[in-house]
Design a protein. Sequence first.
Length: 275
Amino acid sequence: MDIIKHKNISSAEGRILTTFMDKNKNWFTLPDVYLNFSELAKSSLRVHLKNMIDDGLLLRVRDGIYYIIPFEYFSETFVPDWHLLVEPLTKAEHYIGYYSALHIHNLITQPSLIEQIVVNKQVQPANVTIRNIRFQYVYHNKKHFFGYEKMWIDNFNKVYCSDLEKTFVDCLFKPDYSCGIVEIGKALYKARNRIDFEKLMKYVEMFSSIAVVKRLGLLLELMDIPNPIIPALQKKNTKTVILLDTILSKGGKINSRWGIQINIDTEEIKNSIYT
């Protein structure tokens, strides 16, 4: 930790950093500090934390939550991996979902500056901005809150994220949270050999959304993705007509097989696999 000398730091502040870094923690809370340094006055510890923020050692994520700024970074320009900020920001049970989950599954090339977090309780405010990154909370009821696990995002860190199959179910439920149907179709094609179609169909049945049934069936056929679930999807289909892409305005022909209003040029979806 010789690099510590390049920033202003006292002995007590060095101990605070070392305590949490030795535990491989990128962040900690004020109660964590009180617990680990109970021999010091709480008022003194708060002063140390303020000094560490002022000296560029810590980023205050929100009241009582601190993220350790690596020594080699300048505090003014440092932006943490926003997937790692989800846990300290979120008290409710949660997982990273929608377009953010597509990024973790390596199915998109351009990550968004919006981190989408699925929660099982209403969170207020629903949007929190840190260093120009917007954290957007998306509420799912009990029936829709499933299919997530701890996933590696690098060699050292795991986060809660929807698994591959649930990511597609969520995205097809709300394409507007996933940058639209073109991005979803492109990701679906890219992941075609990784998808467990038996699990995907099970999730579709658990989720119980006719919109997911219709959009999934149409995309699988449109993208010519080999799969065994088209008959099961057709069996669950209804005569209800839905919009294909929810980020675009209504219009276009009706696909009678799936009951979808095609409000986007399907050639754009098919050609997306080449971009």
